[in-house]
Design a protein around this ligand. Structure first.
Ligand SMILES: Cc1ncc(COP(=O)(O)O)c(C=O)c1O
Length: 439
């Protein structure tokens, strides 16, 4: 058994019904200074809390309530809050260097990270580009595809999410409402096929892809190997392989957005590779930095070499590969490997998914429980607001969760991969109880 550093994850301890008075005060202050990104805070008492601290799979709010964090920073805390190795490395790097000079005079930590990351790619001599957010990594991948193929078109998928910067936003099928206000400024070169949920829809989706690819101008087929924000939807077996084949045939790159699924979240280092597919480019982000913002595109040498054809440097960012986040990422990759967390996510996720499925099988409100590794979705069907109500009930019972799906109809669980087993399984009766109350 690999030794796994435990953080002493604890069950919830709710002293004051969330949101408590301190959270409410902070949220009022927040509302005075943060631009309102839509109707997030309805009139009346707010239903969110304000975090004060976190350790392992627990977070504590400003009222002193302790929660079990089953959302994990939207899947970004693969090794939990403040992992000691990450903390140590941040402290050491903080004594050495915080900022280098991009690609001109890069930091040693950036180079060491790229050496590690490119080894994750299933082919030798892979190359990488570092970025700050998932959205940045997808932008870099889309640019790479244009340079490598000379074709501007992107084939993307309904219900998929790739970030909200202008490049990725144009390819976000998840919600029309994300794109609608900015449609006039978005790339007109994106076509959507439906994301498949079963064998029949896989055949229909592939037909749609063939039609789009037959136009001849698609340079990138951009896909999440399992829909994350779209509600934890794995495609049927064999779908990704056939899609990759169609992409190659059409002279397009197969770009795997593994920002959610990758680095163990879905039970393997890379979901595409576990499915027997060798992508041309892979986007990574979220958990890569152990809680610090850093992302990457890694890909086939020949594809990445297409940047060399430009007369000068045409893509960069001030903080891309900044040493603090790069060294945190190295520590994170080390922990994931040493503690065999991708494998743990696969076995623990299977058992948790099965047990949750059994526990919720008698509930008419539940359409389906889906899981792949430690990404789990409880699909509550079309009833408006059902997943948000369940999420709120769970918060009051001491569990932080999130929602996904086009209509936010899915309760989404993405706990740290090193979460204490008893603490994780302790959530099952609570989810069942809250489901009874909220439906
Ligand atoms: C699959 C996928 N791609 C890209 C992104 C965008 O990442 P970020 O929010 O860091 O820009 C996300 C975020 O949820 C994601 O799930």
């Amino acid at each position: 058994m690999p030794s796994r550093e435990t953080h002493g994850d604890l069950p919830p301890s709710i002293r004051v019904t969330p949101p408590g008075p301190s959270s409410r005060t902070w949220l009022i202050r927040h509302a005075h200074v943060a631009a309102p990104m839509g109707p997030m805070l309805p009139p009346g008492p707010p239903s969110s809390i304000v975090y004060a601290s976190g350790r392992g799979s627990n977070v504590t709010d400003v009222d002193g309530n302790r929660y079990v964090d089953l959302a994990g920073g939207f899947g970004a805390l693969l090794i939990g809050h403040l992992h000691r190795n990450v903390q140590r490395v941040i402290a050491l790097q903080g004594e050495r260097l915080l900022q280098a000079l991009g690609d001109l005079y890069p930091a040693d930590a950036k180079i060491a990270l790229l050496e590690r990351l490119t080894r994750l790619f299933p082919e030798a001599n892979a190359l990488g580009i570092l970025a700050q957010s998932g959205s940045d990594a997808v932008s870099a991948a889309l640019k790479t595809a244009v340079l490598a193929t000379g074709k501007p078109g992107v084939l993307a998928f309904g219900a998929a999410y790739h970030g909200l910067g202008y490049g990725p936003l144009a390819a976000c099928g998840l919600r029309e409402s994300y794109r609608a206000p900015f449609a006039a400024q978005l790339s007109q070169h994106v076509s959507f096929a439906p994301y498949p949920t079963n064998a029949q829809s896989a055949a229909e989706s592939l037909d749609g892809c063939r039609r789009i690819l037959s136009g001849g101008d698609v340079g990138a087929v951009l896909i999440e190997p399992v829909l994350g924000r779209g509600g934890v939807v794995p495609p049927p077996a064999g779908y990704l392989a056939e899609l990759a084949r169609l992409a190659r045939e059409a002279g397009a790159l197969f770009v795997a957005d593994e920002i959610w699924t990758g680095l163990g979240r879905a039970g393997s280092w890379l979901s595409t590779v576990a499915e027997g597919v060798i992508p041309d480019l892979v986007c990574l982000g979220k958990g890569l930095g152990g809680g610090l913002p850093i992302s990457a595109v890694i890909g086939r040498n020949q594809v990445m070499q297409s940047w060399r054809r430009e007369a000068e440097v045409v893509h960069t960012a001030t903080f891309a590969g900044a040493p603090l986040a790069a060294s945190a990422a190295i520590a994170t990759l080390e922990v994931l490997g040493k503690e065999k967390l991708p494998q743990r996510a696969a076995t623990l996720g299977d058992r948790y998914g099965a047990e949750l499925r059994t526990a919720l099988s008698g509930y008419a409100a539940v359409r389906e429980v889906r899981s792949r590794g430690l990404m789990v979705g409880v699909d509550l069907g079309e009833r408006p607001g059902a997943a948000s109500r369940l999420m709120k009930g769970l918060l009051q019972a001491g569990y932080v969760t999130s929602t996904g799906g086009g209509k936010r109809e899915v309760l989404v669980l993405t706990p740290p991969l090193n979460i204490d087993e008893a603490v994780l399984f302790g959530s099952i009766p609570v989810i069942a109880e809250q489901l009874s109350k909220s439906s």
